[in-house]
Design a protein around this ligand. Structure first.
Ligand SMILES: Cc1cc2nc3c(=O)[nH]c(=O)nc-3n(C[C@H](O)[C@H](O)[C@H](O)COP(=O)(O)OP(=O)(O)OC[C@H]3O[C@@H](n4cnc5c(N)ncnc54)[C@H](O)[C@@H]3O)c2cc1C
Length: 450
């Protein structure tokens, strides 16, 4: 151990969770619920202990689920036929359809506020998701991290995990560094849950996943699945100066169902009536056909923002959206021009129904394994791209992976103290990981990133 100590700070836990967004927090809570005696350590390169981590930290708004008035089988059929091109893992898809309501209702017990109606039931709209869309507190990560702490989950902020330590095929730990002072960290644990998000193209602030988790899993020998579906077409808003905006500020989320041409005709109704998943390529084709007919520019009829369902948003979320819209010089309620654009989101770590990867001891939940789970079929992560299913997906995968990882950790623990870490393996990884810090001359970090 003396040798290990000289290489960095050595810590141990039964379960190490990498990433404290919604999926990591869900896995932490459900692992502890499964076996409170397990030592669960959650590390994040941001500040997960205070809810400032992940995509949903201060951005969560819509949570979609299959309500009591819906048939879960309709949801399964829709996903198979309209979105996943029949490449879905139907068992997992059906599982999510049937338990999404329970997952949503359970959130209240974790301190997460969801808008309720006067009868005390979760209030939901049948828009923009044809099943149910509820309005959720933007502080949900903060509330969940508070709840996790009460259950005894330990948090370490500002820790970036880079690689896994293995003995043979099995994971026995991980290494990384403190992002502020560079201190090297060595974790000894029988079970690791990767919950560290997707890789994407810096679509907006917060939508800028670097794909760390994918690289970590890849280097550890984990199989990947559905990486070929990492890209998709979405709409971007064009501002008067010709700048393009994607994602929230682009208003692209609603563009697909509310396109109108220069004559004021409803293009969406003409080519694809009804509500659809956000990334339906038919909408891009509708844009192209109208362009060819000379009916450009194509814009979005933003009167949808006065749709009564819109005002069912959580008041805090609505207030935040209005403030963001003003900041982006994009007053809500006005039509805006859109063009199709190419974006993508990759989360291809292959997992089974328990969210176990192909490497023993390694689990993966949320966006890092969204398409690798195959639940959504031929789609990028988080599967299906129906609004509000990003959060549902993170909750669903986290609540499958947490208990499964707990059982794994408990079983390994029952065999004894676990494998000793190999200082030579740690030294080799440390040298490789820190090598860029030693480089002289040539590119600066900013040039490289650019
Ligand atoms: C602006 C915005 C608005 C959104 N609105 C909605 C919505 O209304 N409804 C909806 O359903 N979905 C929405 N989404 C999508 C949804 O928030 C995500 O799909 C979901 O939160 C993903 O959760 P996750 O835990 O899988 O990953 P993430 O939230 O990406 O969390 C990954 C975590 O891992 C950490 N991490 C990464 N690498 C490392 C490393 N090497 N070491 C340590 N830590 C690491 C990151 O810091 C991060 O905290 C929105 C996303 C954005 C960006």
């Amino acid at each position: 151990m003396a040798q290990l100590d000289s290489l960095g700070k050595v810590l141990s836990a039964d379960i190490l969770i990498v990433g404290g967004g919604i999926s990591g927090l869900t896995a932490a809570i459900t692992a502890k619920e499964t076996d409170p005696s397990l030592d669960v350590l959650l590390v994040d390169k941001a500040v997960a202990s205070k809810g400032y981590a992940g995509m949903a930290g201060r951005t969560a708004g819509l949570l979609s689920f299959v309500t009591g008035e819906d048939d879960p089988e309709d949801f399964v059929t829709y996903n198979l036929k309209e979105i996943g091109c029949y490449l879905n893992d139907q068992v997992l898809l059906r599982d999510m359809a049937h338990c999404s309501r329970r997952i949503t209702e359970q959130l209240a017990t974790w301190g997460v506020e969801i808008l309720h109606n006067e009868k005390g039931k979760i209030d939901y709209a049948k828009w923009p998701f044809p099943w149910g869309t509820a309005a959720i507190d933007p502080d949900m990560c903060l509330n969940m991290s508070d709840h996790a702490k009460k259950l005894g989950v330990r948090f370490m902020d500002h820790i970036a995990v880079v690689d896994l330590l293995k003995q043979g095929e099995r994971v026995i730990g991980a290494v990384g560094f403190e992002v502020q002072n560079g201190e090297f960290h060595i974790f000894k644990c029988s079970t690791v849950i990767l919950a560290n998000g997707s890789q994407n193209y810096d679509i907006t602030l917060l939508w800028c996943g670097t794909g760390n988790g994918l690289a970590t899993a890849w280097r550890a020998g984990a199989e990947m699945r559905n990486a070929e579906f990492g890209c998709m077409c979405d709409f971007a808003r064009v501002d008067p100066k010709g700048w393009l905006y994607y994602g929230v500020h682009g208003g692209a989320h609603i563009a697909h169902d509310h396109l109108q041409n220069a004559k004021g005709e409803n293009v969406s109704e003409k080519y694809r009536p009804g509500l659809h998943s956000s990334m339906d390529p038919v909408a891009a084709n509708a844009w192209l056909q109208e362009f060819k007919l000379g009916n450009a520019p194509i814009s979005v009829d933003a009167s949808i923002f006065s749709h009564p369902a819109f005002f069912k948003f959580h008041p805090k979320a609505l207030d935040q959206m209005h403030r963001e819209a003003v900041k982006a010089n994009f007053p809500m309620g006005q039509p805006y021009q859109v063009v199709p654009g190419f974006i993508g989101e990759l989360g291809c770590v292959r997992v089974n129904h328990q969210m176990a990867t192909t490497v023993p001891g390694l689990f993966a939940v949320g966006n890092v394994a969204g398409s690798g789970s195959a639940r959504g079929g031929a789609v990028p992560t988080p599967p299906a791209k129906i609004h509000g299913t990003g959060i549902l997906n993170a909750l669903f995968m986290g609540s499958k992976g947490g208990p499964a990882a707990a059982l794994h950790a408990k079983t390994v623990k029952s065999f004894g103290p676990g494998a000793d870490l190999d200082p030579a393996q740690v030294q080799a990884l440390k040298t490789r990981i820190l090598a860029p810090m030693e480089r002289q001359g040539s590119l600066t970090a900013h040039e490289l990133i650019h």
